[in-house]
Structures are given as structure tokens and as C-alpha cells.
Design a protein around this ligand. Structure first.
Ligand SMILES: *[C@@H]1O[C@H](CO)[C@@H](O)[C@H](O)[C@H]1NC(C)=O
Ligand SMILES: *[C@@H]1O[C@H](CO)[C@@H](O)[C@H](O)[C@H]1NC(C)=O
Ligand SMILES: *[C@@H]1O[C@H](CO)[C@@H](O)[C@H](O)[C@H]1NC(C)=O
Ligand SMILES: *[C@@H]1O[C@H](CO)[C@@H](O)[C@H](O)[C@H]1NC(C)=O
Ligand SMILES: *[C@@H]1O[C@H](CO)[C@@H](O)[C@H](O)[C@H]1NC(C)=O
Length: 738
């Protein structure tokens, strides 16, 4: 498996769904009240567990975690019956099975208008602590040196210890912990916060890495690597493992710790299993973090471009899509007939003008039955005698085909693909990925001459038009709620250069001997720390802002993207491309507190008891909260109307309240709406005479019945404009026309 694809796709393999035959599985049990003293909570957890187990000894053996800091819960190994018995206890609010998530991988900062010289509030930036839940970190990387750093701020309560293969923390990397209690050690895993994969090192350095000049990958992408907030501190919480992916119960433990350790921002490039708002561990952990004023930024997933693939869709998460920048890595293939074609990919192998014989995988199968599979150069399908010393032309089947060809004695490959032609993969042998037109030309050439030959050149950078949403980036609509637009925001996530580990090869593939302190990776995983870094940057100017306020500032200042470039429009890019310098000065914010989200959950039809654990109560009486809601029961910075019945007009009334965080101003509303949609704003002018003044307004969206019977998705927007600020909210109208 190629590393980039490990991020994009192959990590799915790492997700063992808890096996059905297992009589005992891990469960997370939420109690019906908030955290009390640690000792009392732990005793309570044990006594509850003992009540369904044969003995207290049994209970102790099966206990995995007691969560006692930001919420009151425990994780334990239980049978289905035991889980059911616990569920029926008065003290227990809810019981969920533990599941496993997967990981979603410098010039990007300059590309989005965030130069090294940007205005900073260093006094506060130095006190910002960012927490990452990931594969760990490489403490010896230049990106995490602490030259010039003072001691961590007093609010920091986290820890770092001596761990295996871990050189230790410093004033930059202030905390490191690992979470793995499911007891399935894999030889590839080291029980320590050390990053043996590279993913966590990469995301951490994008978020808050130091400035490191002359960073490059075998000379490619040479420049200064840096994070969004180079003066901020990093706390690493390793929750993802080669053996098991990322377990719910470990994620919850890490978020409980991060929340009480004193981080300001949590960045999570993990997804995979999609649960609902109240059972998904990332969603639940983020809610508890939110109550302490901590914003959680999460990746939307790499399951695009299919619609409805977005994950991490809770309204209290800031959900990030990935875009490409104007730099692409290409490597050309030249055929013996002199024709040259451009393909995409990162090929560090310097090729002289030496031509190698080239064959088609389909023609060099090891036997007749393998011929079909050999077209894709699958493992054990190629005849070593016919591949030795040659280049092979293959169709894209599984990632890592170059490793198969190389292992069979071949030189390299020309890969033909219909997909992923916007993202450069790193190869462990000379390789390039071409589109079908070029692939067919190569195939034709191979079959039109007695001794076909070719050469693949080392990659070079080219300029392309950007931004565009990466094909792999997951798309809306939101499977969790028809009322909330997801993803929220788009940020660079294609071919991002950042720090890496020397403990892994560049691709992780068998036979790969390439190592580098910096590497290029792609994925919504890489986009997420860009946004988390900007959230930290905003917080360094506005330390008292709530998570919702920071999110609003980031969304309403985003650079609008184009439906003409990305046909899935807001379902691909949300509010648009991240705009860091705009985000510190949004003019108005759409603020919310935790109770707004509870009201939203009631409005969505969640029962009172099923959401109680979010606020540490036995139950919530939704009927006390329901009256007087608008269409979505939120004060969200974007709006989404679902058209259910196309025969009649659909109307949605969105109620919103904005807070003035700029100077006294008058804001006027500007509406953009497509044909068939009528939008009015009442009132359409807002006057603010002082700072922090709040004003309410209504947005009435009327969608006419559509002629078409297909899936429709229309883009509109509301912009509040004053002389100094532009506050933009996308409005999406979508539905299946019947
Ligand atoms: C981890 O440390 C142990 C003991 O010092 C050493 O033997 C081992 O090679 C290290 N592992 C890696 C992957 O570097
Ligand atoms: C990277 O750029 C720097 C400064 O422009 C230069 O000195 C250095 O040699 C370059 N490194 C590589 C590997 O190209
Ligand atoms: C295929 O790739 C070649 C070389 O990059 C390019 O010129 C051509 O336009 C592409 N064709 C299609 C259909 O994308
Ligand atoms: C919830 O509140 C309503 C309205 O006050 C009340 O009638 C109802 O009994 C309450 N339900 C519960 C379960 O307390
Ligand atoms: C807002 O609208 C009012 C009335 O139409 C107009 O006088 C004012 O100049 C507008 N302000 C801005 C900032 O566009």
C-alpha cells in the first residue's frame, strides 16, 4: 500500500469490525450525572460493574477506563447481557459498543494568503496549546524543537513521561500520552507516543510546527515548512495503531484528558465509522470539550467524490474538506517513438535518458487464468521472467502495484487510472499515473512495435489552476441531519509538505528504501490541521471567544469557491476556502452555547434520555425546550433547506442572531438566489451602535416545485455587508424530486 493511499483508502483494512463471535466486547457506559471526585467516581464505576459481574475481581479485570474528568463514564469488557443489565440500572444513562475508526494525510499557507510575515499576537500565541489525536509524534524533528520557548503556561496540566523509543517532551512539545487498552499488540506498534507511521508527525507540524528552512522531499517542494501557529505548544494523544485503527474508548479517554489538561484546540484527522451525534466517540468527546470552551476540528473523510460520504458531521464539530493548491507534481513518460506524455505522481527516482523495454501487464501473466488480474499487476499474477528489467503498463487496481512489479524484478510502472488524477502519490519505484487517453496510447504503442521501450522521468512541479476540491474529499449531504450543511470549510489537503518520521519509509511498502524528514501527503487529514491552526490563530487574538464564535469567524470569512469548478458546490467545499487573516476580523459572529445544541438534538427527534449524557444529566425534558424554534433550531453560520415534496412550494424560516465584534456599523443584507428560489431577510438592515451588541433576523427561503425529477442541489447565499466587513453564509436547497 502506498502511503498516500494508506491515508486516502487503504486504512480501511485496519478497521476490524468487532467480531460477532466474541462473547465479550468493549462497551462505553455513561452515568446519569456529571463528574464528581475521581475517587468516588471510580468506586461507583466498579460497584456498578460488580453488580453485573460474578465478583469484584471480575469487575476489576474487565474494567478498561474510568472517565472522571470532563464526563462520568467507564469502558469495560462486557457480554451483551451484561451490557443490557447495566443499561437498565437507574444510575446509567446509556451504553454504547466500542467501535474502531480509521485515519483519514509549504506552500499551502502562502497559497491561502497567510505569509510568514502575517500579523501575530505572540504574547497569547505562546500560551496556546493544541492537542492532536493521531498516530503520535516524532519528538526529535526540527519542527518540534523548543529553542527560544519559555516554560509552558500555568494552565497546562498535562503530562509527559519516559516512553519507549521516545526522546521526550520539551517546551514546544509539552504533552505526550498514548491510549491503547484493547490488548492486541502488533509487532508494528510501539506502546509509546512515538509515531512509527508518520501521519501524526505530519499533521502536528502543519498545525504548529516551527519554521524549518530547506525542507524538501528529495529536492521536491523545497522551501520553509511551518505550522499555522509556530509559537504555540503541542500536546500529542496517540490513539491510532497499526494493529487496530483508532478505538472509540481510546479516543474518548484521550479527549477526556485533553479537555482537562488545558488544550485550546483539538485536531482530529480520524473518521471511518459514522455514528449518530450522541454515540459517535468523536462527537461525544467534542461535546464535552465544547463545554470547556475547546473547539474540535475534524476531517470530513476521504470517501469522495460520492455524495453523502461526509463523516464527523456533528454541528459542534468544525468539519474540513480538502482542496488542491496551484502546485502539482508530475512525471513524464517518454516512449521509444519519441512521444512524451505527462502523468501525475511523486517519483523521486532520477532517470537518465536510459530507455527500458516496456510490456503490458496483460501480456506477461504468469498463466492463462491470471491474465485478467495481470492487467492490474496484482500480486502473484506476473511472470518474473517476462517482467525482469522491464517497465510494465498496468491499470489501477490496488495501490502499491509498483511494489509488486519491482518485487517481480521489474523496473517501474505506467499506471492508467480514471480516478485520483488530481493527487500525486509517492511511489517506491519509477512510476507515473496517466489518464485513459494516454494509457490507451501507451498500450497501442506497446503493440505496434517489435521492441517497445520507454523512460519515466523524475517528478517536477507544474502550476495548475486552483483551488479545487480534491476528488477524494468526502461530500455532503449530511447523513446525520438534513438541517446542517457539511462539510463546513475547505482547506489545502493535496500534496502538503510537512515533517515525517525516519521510522517509516515514504510509502510503507515492502522494499521501499526511501526515507525523509519531510514528505508530501494528501488527505482531509492534511486539511484539518490547517483549519485547527487557524482556529488557534483566531484564539490568540480573541481568547474569550466560544468554539461556535471561532467556527463562525472561520466560516463567514471563507473565500467563496466556484460551482463551475466543483459541481458538488457546497457539498464539496462548505462555506469555501479557509481565509486565515480574514478570520481574525469577521465583523459579526453567529454564537451558540451548549444548550442550543441540546435544543437542536431534541428538534432532530432525539429522545430526552438518549442525549442526557452529553450534559451529565439523567434525562433532558425536550418538551420544555422545544417551543419557538426556527427551521434548524441552531444559530449556524450556514443554512440548509431540504425539499421533501416537490409538488408544492417548500418554505424554511431560519432564525439567526449575530453579535457585533467589530466597530459600530450598519450591515445590509445581500441575497443571491438561483431561479426557483426566493429568499427574504427580515429585517434586511442591522444597526450596531456598540461592540458585542446582538441583533436577530429571519431568513425565509421558498423553493418552488422543480420540473426535474432528479436529485437537485441549489446554491444561494446571504451576505451581511458593512463598509469594512463581509459576512457570508451559504444557503443550500436540496432534495430528491419525486
Ligand atoms: C525501540 O527501542 C528498542 C530498545 O532501545 C530498540 O531495540 C528498537 O530497535 C527501537 N525500535 C525502533 C523501531 O526504533
Ligand atoms: C533549497 O533551497 C535553498 C534556498 O533556496 C537552497 O540553498 C538549497 O540548496 C535547496 N535544497 C535543495 C535540496 O534543493
Ligand atoms: C490526459 O492527459 C494528457 C496528458 O497530461 C492531457 O493532455 C489530456 O488532456 C488528458 N485527457 C483527458 C481526457 O483528461
Ligand atoms: C416535561 O415537561 C412538560 C411541560 O412542562 C411536562 O408536562 C412533562 O411532564 C415533563 N416530562 C417529564 C418526563 O418530566
Ligand atoms: C445600507 O442601506 C442603506 C439604505 O438603503 C444605505 O443608505 C447604506 O449606504 C447601506 N450601507 C451599506 C454599508 O451598504
Amino acid at each position: 500500500m502506498a502511503k498516500t493511499y494508506q491515508l486516502l483508502l487503504v486504512l480501511m483494512i485496519l478497521v476490524p469490525v468487532s467480531s460477532e463471535e466474541d462473547t465479550k466486547n468493549f462497551y462505553i457506559v455513561y452515568l446519569g450525572d456529571g463528574p464528581s471526585s475521581k475517587g468516588a467516581a471510580v468506586r461507583k464505576h466498579l460497584s456498578l460493574l460488580s453488580s453485573v459481574k460474578a465478583s469484584e475481581h471480575d469487575a476489576k479485570e474487565s474494567m478498561v477506563y474510568s472517565y472522571t474528568k470532563s464526563f462520568n463514564a467507564f469502558a469495560a469488557k462486557l457480554s451483551k447481557d451484561e451490557a443490557q443489565m447495566l443499561k437498565e440500572l437507574d444510575e446509567v444513562a446509556s451504553v454504547f459498543p466500542n467501535r474502531y475508526h480509521k485515519l483519514h494525510t509549504t506552500k499551502s499557507w502562502d497559497f491561502i494568503g497567510f505569509p510568514q510575515t502575517v500579523e501575530r499576537n505572540l504574547r497569547l500565541e505562546r500560551d496556546i496549546i493544541v492537542g492532536l489525536l493521531d498516530t503520535g509524534i516524532t519528538p526529535q524533528s526540527d519542527s518540534f524543537k523548543d529553542d527560544g520557548f519559555g516554560p509552558p503556561p500555568h494552565k497546562w496540566k498535562g503530562t509527559c513521561h519516559h516512553f519507549r523509543n521516545f526522546t521526550g517532551c520539551n517546551r514546544k512539545l509539552v504533552g505526550a500520552k498514548y491510549f491503547k487498552l484493547d490488548g492486541n499488540p502488533d509487532p508494528a506498534d510501539i506502546l509509546s507516543p512515538i509515531d512509527v507511521d508518520g501521519h501524526g508527525t505530519h499533521t502536528s507540524s502543519t498545525l504548529a510546527g516551527n519554521l524549518v528552512p530547506n525542507a524538501n522531499l528529495y529536492g521536491l517542494a523545497n522551501g520553509t515548512a511551518r505550522g499555522a501557529v509556530p509559537s504555540a505548544r503541542i500536546a500529542t494523544y496517540k490513539v491510532c495503531w497499526a494493529s487496530s485503527g483508532c478505538a472509540d474508548m481510546d479516543i474518548l479517554a484521550a479527549m477526556d484528558d485533553a479537555t482537562s489538561d488545558g488544550v485550546d484546540v483539538i485536531s482530529i484527522s480520524i473518521g471511518g465509522v459514522t455514528g449518530d451525534f450522541v454515540t459517535d466517540s468523536i462527537s461525544v468527546g467534542a461535546f464535552h470539550a465544547l463545554k470547556k470552551g475547546i473547539i474540535t476540528v475534524a476531517s470530513c473523510g476521504n470517501d469522495g467524490p460520492s455524495l453523502g460520504s461526509v463523516s464527523n458531521y456533528s454541528p459542534w464539530l468544525l468539519t474540513v474538506a480538502a482542496t488542491g493548491t496551484d502546485r502539482q507534481f508530475r512525471s513524464a513518460v517518454k516512449l521509444g517513438n519519441g512521444k512524451s506524455y505527462s502523468g501525475i505522481g511523486i517519483n523521486t527516482f532520477g532517470s537518465k535518458e536510459k530507455l527500458y523495454p516496456i510490456v503490458s501487464g496483460a501480456d506477461v501473466a504468469i498463466n492463462a487464468e491470471s491474465k485478467e488480474l495481470a492487467r492490474f499487476c496484482y500480486d502473484n499474477t506476473l511472470d518474473p521472467a517476462k517482467v525482469k528489467g522491464r517497465l510494465v503498463y498496468c491499470l489501477l487496481g490496488e495501490f502499491g502495484a509498483e511494489s509488486v512489479v519491482k518485487g517481480t524484478g521489474g523496473v517501474g510502472i505506467v499506471l492508467e487510472s480514471e480516478q485520483f488524477l488530481d493527487t500525486a502519490l509517492i511511489y517506491m519505484a519509477p512510476a507515473t499515473m496517466v489518464n485513459m487517453t494516454v494509457g490507451e496510447a501507451v498500450d497501442k504503442y506497446i503493440h505496434s512495435t517489435r521492441s517497445p521501450s520507454a523512460v519515466i522521468y523524475k517528478s517536477h512541479e507544474v502550476k495548475v489552476s486552483a483551488p479545487f476540491v480534491a476528488s477524494f474529499s468526502s461530500r455532503g449531504p449530511n447523513a446525520g441531519s438534513q438541517h446542517v450543511l457539511k462539510p463546513d470549510i475547505a482547506a489545502p489537503g493535496v500534496d502538503i509538505l510537512a515533517a515525517y518520521t525516519l521510522m517509516n519509509s515514504l510509502t510503507g511498502l515492502k522494499g521501499d528504501t526511501q526515507h525523509s524528514k519531510f514528505t508530501l501527503m494528501s488527505g482531509t487529514s492534511m486539511a484539518t490541521p490547517h483549519v485547527a491552526g487557524v482556529a488557534a490563530y483566531v484564539k490568540s487574538f480573541h481568547p474569550t471567544w466560544t468554539p461556535a464564535a471561532i467556527k463562525s469567524a472561520i466560516m463567514t470569512t471563507a473565500k467563496p469557491m466556484s460551482r463551475r469548478v466543483d459541481k458538488d458546490a457546497e457539498f464539496a467545499y462548505g462555506a469555501g476556502q479557509l481565509n486565515p487573516t480574514g478570520a481574525i476580523n469577521p465583523g459579526l459572529i453567529y454564537d451558540m452555547d451548549e444548550m442550543t445544541y441540546i435544543q437542536f438534538l431534541c428538534h432532530e427527534g432525539y429522545s430526552g434520555p438518549s442525549i442526557a449524557h452529553l450534559i451529565g444529566k439523567k434525562s433532558v425534558n425536550c418538551s420544555l425546550l422545544l417551543p419557538g424554534f426556527g427551521y434548524d433550531a441552531l444559530n449556524y453560520p450556514s443554512m440548509q433547506l431540504n425539499v421533501i415534496n416537490s409538488k408544492r412550494q417548500t418554505v424554511g424560516v431560519f432564525k439567526r442572531r449575530v453579535t457585533n465584534v467589530g466597530p459600530p456599523s450598519v450591515y445590509n443584507a445581500t441575497i443571491k438566489a438561483p431561479k426557483g428560489v426566493e429568499i427574504t431577510v427580515i429585517p434586511n438592515s442591522l444597526v450596531f451602535t456598540r461592540s458585542l451588541q446582538k441583533r436577530c433576523f429571519k431568513v425565509v427561503v421558498k423553493a418552488k416545485p422543480a420540473a426535474s425529477t432528479a436529485f437537485t442541489m441549489l446554491s444561494a447565499s446571504l451576505v451581511w455587508k458593512s463598509t469594512h466587513h463581509t459576512v457570508r453564509s451559504p444557503i443550500v436547497i436540496y432534495g430528491l424530486q419525486d
